[in-house]
Design a protein around this ligand. Structure first.
Ligand code: CDP
Length: 247
């Protein structure tokens, strides 16, 4: 969170720098089955973010000592392409991407029926091609769809969404300038049906009251985002059914 008091992020009509209202999401589009060799895949465009997710597995975990005899391990790897940000990002893992990979792996482990695949691993490659704030929640949202599209049994879909504070106001889904110059950002991962929180991080400060307001905005948006996830997956099943019908 930067501090640039001279930058106005909310105008006199209560609109944000990109014209959105405080409770409005950026546009979201999700497509499945974009890669032939992956077991499951998804491409998400969320505002200016463009992220590709490839899922491989379940397959025997390797090296063997990483195996869990009771369940599959989810190995999510979040990576930003060198060209995904304004200033070229140095290729390879850094502390930030290792942290994001860890929290996304844990969030997804709550959604997948990991106990059905002892000793297995499920790889989830999250490749950020264009970054514009909120890549971890967009990547998580797409990863969940890619896992479902791989036919991996899941309890629920995980929805990623963030809210934050800009110019003293609580707003949904921070854009780039809001992320840079706002006061707080609260990314969350929520199981769509149960509402269970599986990822929560915070950058900046919120009072208890502001935190409640931010969570309320997120929970309301989760329903809308989950609808988009389900439409992306329904398209796939509908087209399969049509193919079968035409035989
Ligand atoms: O992307 P997310 O909001 O989950 O994570 P962040 O660490 O809060 O980063 C916010 C934004 O900063 C990213 O989405 C990128 O647009 C930008 N960023 C960047 O320009 N260069 C980096 N090395 C990392 C992030």
């Amino acid at each position: 969170m930067g501090t640039a008091s001279d930058i106005k992020l909310i105008d006199e009509n209560g609109l944000r720098i990109d014209g959105r209202s405080p409770t409005e999401l950026r546009p979201i589009k999700i497509e499945t089955d974009v890669l032939d060799r992956a077991d499951g895949s998804a491409f998400i465009e969320w505002g200016g973010n463009k992220i590709l997710v490839a899922v491989y597995g379940p397959r025997e975990a390797y090296p063997k000592h990483t195996q869990d005899i009771e369940k599959a391990i989810i190995k999510a790897r979040y990576n930003m392409a060198a060209f995904s940000v304004d200033e070229r990002k140095r290729p390879g893992p850094d502390r930030r991407s290792i942290e994001i990979s860890k929290v996304i792996s844990e969030a997804l482990s709550n959604a997948v029926m990991v106990e059905q695949f002892p000793r297995a691993q499920i790889d989830v490659f999250i490749e950020v091609l264009q970054a514009d704030a909120g890549t971890r929640i967009a990547g998580l949202t797409a990863a969940s769809v890619a896992l479902a599209s791989a036919g991996i049994p899941m309890r629920d879909l995980v929805v990623g969404c963030a809210a934050g504070k800009v110019d003293g106001q609580i707003v949904l889904d921070l854009g780039k300038e809001e992320d840079n110059f706002g006061e707080a950002d609260l990314p969350m991962g929520i199981l769509a049906k149960s509402g269970k929180v599986v990822l929560m991080q915070m950058d900046g400060d919120l009072s208890a009251e502001e935190f409640d307001k931010a969570t309320e905005l997120i929970l309301d948006a989760v329903k809308r985002i989950n609808e988009i996830q389900r439409e992306a997956l329904a398209g796939k099943f509908v087209s399969l059914a049509l193919e079968r019908g035409g035989e």
